[in-house]
Design a protein around this ligand. Structure first.
Ligand SMILES: NC(=O)c1ccc[n+]([C@@H]2O[C@H](COP(=O)([O-])OP(=O)(O)OC[C@H]3O[C@@H](n4cnc5c(N)ncnc54)[C@H](O)[C@@H]3O)[C@@H](O)[C@H]2O)c1
Length: 482
């Protein structure tokens, strides 16, 4: 039987993916065939063809290796198709018709495709496929005695997103730790050779430019949750890394939590609760500054996924709802939600009795609520911030709470995290702060664990992620981070 195997391989674009076409991957190639070929014409397209030629020749001693040139303008599928046609021409009349092959390519039935035509074999390898055994590092909060209390508690070190067996059964290495700070921490040990880092905003591993420089094998940074500001996104883009998060995974969890915090502040709930704990009973001490939410003006800074869900939940409370965002909603949606668009943030803010922050932390929103802006807010304003701590000037918030200009501040996000014992927000009056918990409900965890697994699976197969998940892709930041 005559065997013909043109393998079309396009090398990845970024130098740190250079080793992607490893001996292990080549091992898999031959494993994918029913018998070992005697003569293997292999076409290679790519910048570092020679490196791979050598590797291939060593592993498949009978292979005839043809090096091609980079054919990128039409995109990877076109490049592969063109290379395949070139291969067929070179191989002459024995080559089968290209059309089934072309259809497979266009249908993106990739990354690994091996089909039999009469007596010939065609093997196609996706240039985007992430091949070989990968080292995946996960940084999560530790649950200790709480770990075994709920089998669905997957967001902690012990639960490891519930993907350990799945990863290890595919030959990948999965290291999980909560030890993320300082030069001798567990994370530092794995930075030089890890391929994927999974982090969560709840216990963020700060991925600095320095760490990225040390991470020679790193390809993918996944945020199990939403908000990737713990990563130096510009440095990640410059290094050719992909950054993605599980967009939408815990938006309901956060919106519900924000509604709760608004009510806790408006009703002056926490001092009443503390009275009960402390054996006191003083209605006046609560009532003099407790209000109804009805009729109050509530403004959200940012009306993306969370902001919209919050506005929808606030509608039945009969408030005056305002929103400021880079983007105005479609008129129908705006009408349904019942919120008015405010193009100018500084015109909206002084109208608000309650302000909720729902933007990501970007260069534009860092320190947005500084002393000057806070000074222009209504006296007695209530602020809820589950977005990111660094959107606020820490000391300006603490001072305004002390003076009473801000009558209540609640949120679950701090800068940095975990918040140090002496963080001023722990000690300011009228706060209702918690650790970073709103997006890590069990329901949220199950969703972001499933989303992370899905992206890893796609990464192994060389498939794209859902478009909305990308924060950095092919050297470019998502638009709201630019
Ligand atoms: N506390 C938690 O557990 C938790 C969980 C999830 C998300 N978050 C935070 O909430 C943020 C928002 O999440 P989302 O799912 O709603 O994101 P999203 O991308 O759907 O919405 C963000 C919105 O902010 C707007 N925006 C961005 N920059 C802006 C600017 N400079 N001025 C005005 N508007 C701007 C965008 O246009 C968008 O509509 C996340 O980035 C994250 O930081 C916190």
């Amino acid at each position: 039987m005559h065997v013909l195997i043109p393998a079309v391989v396009d090398t990845p674009v970024y130098p740190n993916q250079r080793a992607a076409f490893s001996p292990l991957m080549i091992g898999r190639m031959s494993w994918g065939l029913s018998y070992r070929p005697t003569k293997v014409p292999i076409f290679i397209i790519g910048k570092w063809g020679l490196t791979y030629d050598t590797a291939l020749s060593a592993l498949l001693p009978n292979a005839s290796v043809f090096s091609g040139t980079l054919v990128r303008p039409g995109g990877p599928v076109m490049a592969m198709l063109r290379a395949a046609k070139h291969a067929m021409r070179a191989l002459g009349s024995r080559a089968p018709d290209a059309s089934p092959f072309a259809r497979m390519l266009h249908a993106r039935k990739l990354p690994f495709w091996c089909a039999r035509f009469k007596e010939d074999f065609w093997l196609v390898i996706n240039m985007q496929a992430s091949t070989g055994s990968k080292k995946i590092v996960g940084v999560f909060y530790k649950a200790n005695e709480y770990a075994s209390m709920n089998p669905k508690f997957v967001g902690c070190v012990e639960g490891s997103l519930g993907i350990r067996d799945w990863l290890e059964s595919q030959g990948h290495q999965y290291i999980v730790t909560d030890d993320k700070e300082g030069p001798n921490c567990e994370l530092e040990k794995h930075i030089p050779d890890m391929h994927v880092l999974i982090t969560t905003p709840f216990h963020p591993a700060y991925v600095t430019e320095e760490r990225i420089k040390k991470a020679k094998n790193l390809q993918l940074l996944l945020t199990a949750g939403i908000g990737s500001d713990h990563i130096d996104l510009k440095a990640a883009a410059a290094a050719g890394l992909t950054v993605a998060e599980v967009t939408g995974s815990n938006t309901v969890s956060v919106a519900e939590d924000e509604l709760m915090r608004i009510l806790i502040l408006v009703r002056n709930f926490l001092p009443g609760y503390h009275q009960v704990i402390n054996g006191d009973w003083n209605v006046a001490a609560i009532a003099y500054r407790a209000y109804d939410l009805e009729g109050k003006t509530v403004g959200t800074v940012g009306a993306g996924r969370i902001g919209k869900l919050l506005l929808q939940r606030l509608k039945p409370f009969n408030c005056n709802l305002l929103y400021h965002d880079r983007l105005k909603m479609e008129p129908d949606l705006e009408k349904e939600i019942g919120a008015k668009f405010e193009e100018d943030l500084d015109k909206m803010l002084p109208k608000c009795d309650v302000i909720v922050i729902n933007t990501p932390l970007t260069e534009k929103t860092r320190g947005l609520f500084n002393k000057e802006r806070i000074g222009k807010l209504k006296k007695g304003v209530l602020i809820v911030n589950n977005a990111r701590g660094a959107i606020m000037d820490t000391q300006a918030v603490a001072d305004a709470c002390s003076s009473g200009h801000i009558a209540g501040y609640s949120g679950d996000v701090w800068n940095p995290q975990p918040a140090p014992k002496d963080h001023p927000w722990r000690y300011m009056p009228n706060h209702a702060m918690t650790p970073h918990i709103s997006g890590t409900t069990i329901d949220g965890q199950l969703r972001y664990a499933a989303g992370t697994k899905d992206m890893l699976d796609r990464y192994f197969k060389g498939q794209d992620f859902p478009a909305q998940n990308y924060i950095v892709k092919e050297g470019k930041l998502a638009s709201q981070y630019q």
